[in-house]
Design a protein. Structure first.
Length: 279
């Protein structure tokens, strides 16, 4: 599933390419493309001018010169793509937008092979779409409260990885960057937050922020063609992963073999030597 770095890469690409364009036509091509709670069909956006983009955690939205926004969640395989004439047409198009600015035209599509992603026309509530108001700020949000997040995690008696994945505590972190952050902070994924000092929890948040910033700089992580940016290009942060997906490979820090365990229906990768669980 695309995590914050991948969603932010898509948002930046959209912001650069489509801001200022007018939606000449918009149509959903799949019964699940539009969220059931959407205030209006995509066709209602016809004539609107795109004024920018926004994001909170893994939610992104396109702002318009209207009192609504177009919200998107990429799910497992959602993609916004600029459909170029010399590029093979995407195979799983769920929605299509014809954009115009002066004499220029763009065809923007929402492509989603697994159809877990969705689009929605929504109002903003305190500058956030209604579907994302329950989502916590992420570390790159100017309103992110660093100390409050540390305190919130410390008060929970849950596994630190579970806390990292809880989008209502701190948003944006998924399985990949949780494993990488915990490896960098030398914390076992099953460690209870109540057993960790606030200083150690802070180091985990710092590591998550650092690894996601580096991933954004490299266009995110792509293991297959389910995640590509708006130009159809893959991210290349996979080459920099130290723990995630590295089972039975040497730890880059100490040489011990990376292990994989499963809890909460998710795989967790860690170094048994560097990330010893507190007993």
């Amino acid at each position: 599933m695309p995590e914050l770095p991948e969603v932010e890469t898509v948002r930046r690409g959209l912001h650069h390419l489509i801001t200022g364009y007018r939606i000449a036509n918009a149509v959903d091509l799949h019964p699940r493309a539009l969220k059931a709670e959407s205030l209006a069909p995509l066709s209602a956006l016809k004539g609107a001018r795109i004024t920018g983009t926004g994001r909170r955690g893994k939610f992104l939205w396109i702002t318009l010169n209207r009192p609504v926004v177009l919200v998107a969640h990429l799910g497992m395989s959602g993609q916004f793509l600029i459909q170029e004439r010399d590029r093979p047409r995407a195979k799983h198009i769920r929605a299509q937008f014809e954009l115009k600015k002066s004499l220029r035209k763009l065809d923007l599509v929402f492509n989603d092979q697994r159809t877990f992603g969705w689009l929605s026309v929504e109002e903003l509530v305190d500058d956030v779409p209604s579907s994302a108001i329950h989502i916590a700020h992420d570390p790159f949000d100017p309103h992110f409260d660093y100390q409050a997040t540390i305190t919130k995690m410390a008060k929970r008696n849950i596994r630190i990885k579970t806390a990292l994945l809880n989008q209502e505590i701190m948003s944006g972190v998924g399985n990949i960057y949780a494993d990488e952050a915990l490896w960098r902070a030398k914390v076992h994924p099953e460690s209870l937050t109540s057993d960790l000092s606030q200083k150690k929890i802070a180091s985990v948040i710092d590591a998550a922020t650092e690894v996601m910033r580096e991933a954004i700089a490299k266009g995110g992580t792509s293991f297959d063609d389910l995640y590509i940016n708006v130009n159809g290009e893959s991210g290349f942060f996979e080459q920099s992963l130290s723990a995630y997906g590295r089972e039975n490979e040497p730890c880059p820090r100490c040489g011990a073999l990376i292990k994989r365990i499963v809890f909460g229906a998710r795989s967790s990768h860690f170094c048994p030597r560097c990330q010893c669980k507190k007993r």
